[in-house]
Design a protein. Sequence first.
Length: 129
Amino acid sequence: MLIIAIMATDNLSDTDARVKRLANAKVDAAIYRHGCGVTGATTFVEALAALLGSEDLCRLVESAIVSRSNLSARIFYRKPPKRNYSEATVFGPDYPREFDVTSHVSGDMLRFVCRALKEQSAAAKGGSS
């Protein structure tokens, strides 16, 4: 939720219902019958959690972009063997056509966080033995 809060607002003291709305943003089931194209998740928070829990899934992601204007998100990815073009899953309403304020997290940063979480988890398990 912290990553979503950071993407949704510039000021973490201003986090409110917007963060929950963004976290719970759903895919359009008519378009994405099987959920997110990478994770299969139906909400943004579930998709982000699945990505951060799997280095294999994280390797497929190019970026995650949040629209602060309408509280929607897109995850851009490439799935083998279609590595020559990107696909995207949209969570929440599609981007507005006019002015939009967005925040962007690169696939590299998501992979960094995924590895750091894995290392912290391993250290915590090792430290409790």
